[in-house]
Ligand binder design. Structure first.
Ligand code: FAD
Length: 528
């Protein structure tokens, strides 16, 4: 056994593990990743992600590569079996994160881009063909036993007989829905209901194919189905396994082509995968134990009707990464890590509940119930979807004066600074941001200054384009994002965390110092 103690040992190199490895590598930490597959997984699962996730990909330097194949979808519709539109989701807008609201992608391309991002960081080693088999926790580190696998000439995974043990100050289980880490540590799991099987077809198009109805769900009680583009070159169809249907028949290519005949024929595309998934939902009620943490599907599972499973895992990674960074650099006490589950679990629970609810609506196979549903949509009796969840617990401003933007995602606009122009994170850098429409400098106490310095906070005062000539070193709010944000939210300064969530905001500039001191209290409360 080597004596080296990695900062973080990670099990699993799906999209969530990749994102976490890139974030930790970017901050200079020694990370060893172990993945039981012998290479990147070549087939897609997820197809959709949103603006927040694209900003996270931007933060690890792979947004440009991802953009090459993704498809910014402009709308997503639900129709019934008669072709009537039940609801339209308007995605044709730039999200608060500075990227288009929603994207459709081919997951293997995304994973390639994330892998390239990880490879930029020399402190991260990715070890394929190693399966985690035993975890032992010690006072100051965790040790992990691994068994090596090789792919034989027939393409089968075979144990080589090689084993090794590695140590990390922290261990992260990014090892998917059947998480070895979760089960090995007996971390309890709550089943949140839902159990429906769907056939999933992935196709590689032979040329561009577009339909009037390109992306959406057909809530037909005879066979609920959804179709959408997977990036620029692939397409997905998913349809429900109906009561009494024979799985073997459903997995025959001729059955697939017959089902999607209204849209596609073998001349249009190659069928690259046909599989049955059983969609379930669940949540770990404990996301960590001692020095071990769960991220992604290891911690939560949801049916894919909102396209948010991977997105939620990437949010976990972003949340955990900046906290581990501060703790590993001795800038914060390990107690900060307790806010990880506190923040992430309720956020993802809201999304799971909504995904289950939406799934039940679209999976209706009783014609009468489906007709009643359609009528409710026609009558406008279906309430609009709730707003996307925000952070409500953890390290956010909990004071009586907390501004309403607290816990929401902070904005990213296009800025110009010292001749450089682009999205704010690219131009000014990542990490904590104090964004204001006034000069904060003279309003800060020594305590606030110290904290901002410790956290390497970017102090940003975007000014409107019209004022540009008067201010040297200005950060110019080229597209007016910050001006609009401040006026729409009646706020004049916000303190934004490295995961882009707003710690808190103030309307009156005289309150800015107190806000920063409340953040300091938030950190020190966890040190007591
Ligand atoms: C049909 C379908 C459609 C979906 N659509 C969307 C969507 O549109 N948008 C969205 O956001 N999400 C979607 N999801 C969900 C999304 O695919 C998952 O949430 C996401 O892949 C989870 O990523 P992960 O990295 O946590 O886990 P995984 O991708 O499962 O990766 C876990 C990795 O850990 C490895 N591993 C496991 N055990 C061990 C071990 N003992 N040792 C070493 N390695 C190990 C595995 O080999 C695997 O590579 C969809 C899912 C399905 C099934």
């Amino acid at each position: 056994m080597s004596d080296e103690i990695f900062d973080v040992v990670q099990i699993g190199y799906g999209p969530v593990g990749q994102a976490l490895a890139a974030m930790l590598g970017q901050r200079g930490h020694n990370v060893a990743v172990f993945e039981r597959h012998s290479s990147l997984y070549a087939l897609p699962r997820a197809g959709h992600f949103d603006h927040e996730i694209m900003r996270i990909f931007q933060s690890v330097g792979c947004a440009e590569q991802i953009e090459e194949d993704v498809f910014p979808a402009t709308k997503y519709q639900w129709r019934n079996g008669k072709g009537e539109t039940l609801i339209t989701f308007d995605w044709d807008q730039v999200g608060v994160s500075g990227w288009m609201s929603d994207y459709l992608m081919f997951q293997p391309y995304l994973e390639n881009a994330l892998h390239h991002a990880v490879q930029q960081y020399p402190t991260v080693s990715v070890n394929h063909g190693w399966e985690a088999v035993e975890i032992t926790t010690h006072a100051d580190h965790v040790s992990l036993e691994l068994r090596q696998y090789m792919v034989d000439a027939q393409g089968r995974q075979q144990a080589t007989g090689e084993t090794k043990t590695v140590k990390g100050r922290y261990l992260v289980g990014a090892d998917g829905a059947n998480s070895f880490v979760r089960q090995h540590l007996n971390l309890p799991w709550t089943d949140l209901g839902f159990n429906e099987s769907w056939v999933v077809l992935d196709l590689k198009q032979k040329g561009p194919v577009h339909y009037e109805f390109d992306n959406g769900q057909i809530c037909d009680p005879k066979r609920p189905l959804c179709l959408f583009q997977l990036g620029k070159s692939h397409r997905r169809f998913e349809y429900m396994v109906m009561p009494g249907e024979d799985r073997e028949t459903l997995l025959r290519p001729e059955h697939a082509w017959e089902t999607i005949r209204p849209w596609m024929a073998p001349d249009d595309a190659d069928l690259i995968r046909q599989i049955i998934y059983t969609f379930k939902s669940g949540l770990a009620s404990q996301w960590s134990k001692d020095r071990v943490f769960l991220v992604g599907d290891a911690a939560h599972l949801m049916p894919p009707f909102l396209g948010q499973g991977m997105c939620s895992g990437v949010r976990d990674a972003k949340n955990l990464a900046w906290k581990l960074d501060l703790v590993l650099k001795d800038k914060a006490d390990a107690a900060l890590l307790e806010t990880y589950q506190q923040e992430r679990s309720p956020h993802v629970k809201e999304i799971i509940d909504l995904a289950v609810q939406v799934g039940k609506i679209s999976c209706m196979v009783d014609p009468e119930a489906a007709e009643a549903r359609d009528q409710a949509f026609r009558d406008g009796a279906v309430p609009p979807p709730p707003p996307f969840p925000i952070l409500r617990d953890g390290l956010i401003d909990h004071s009586a004066e907390a501004h309403s933007v607290t816990g929401e995602l902070g904005p990213q606009g296009q800025v110009r600074h010292l001749g450089k122009e682009g999205r704010c994170d690219d131009v000014l850098g990542l990490g904590w941001q104090l964004i204001s429409n006034f000069d904060v400098d003279e309003l800060l106490s020594d305590g606030s200054r110290e904290l901002l310095q410790l956290l390497e906070t970017r102090v940003i005062r975007p000014i409107p384009v019209v004022d540009e000539p008067n201010v040297a070193d200005a950060v110019v709010d080229i597209d007016g994002t910050y001006f609009r944000y401040f006026s729409a939210n009646n706020v004049s300064a916000i303190l934004v965390r490295p995961d882009f969530y707003v710690f808190g905001g103030v309307q009156d500039k005289a309150d800015i110092d107190a806000l920063i001191l409340r953040l300091r209290d938030g950190f020190s409360k966890r040190n007591d």
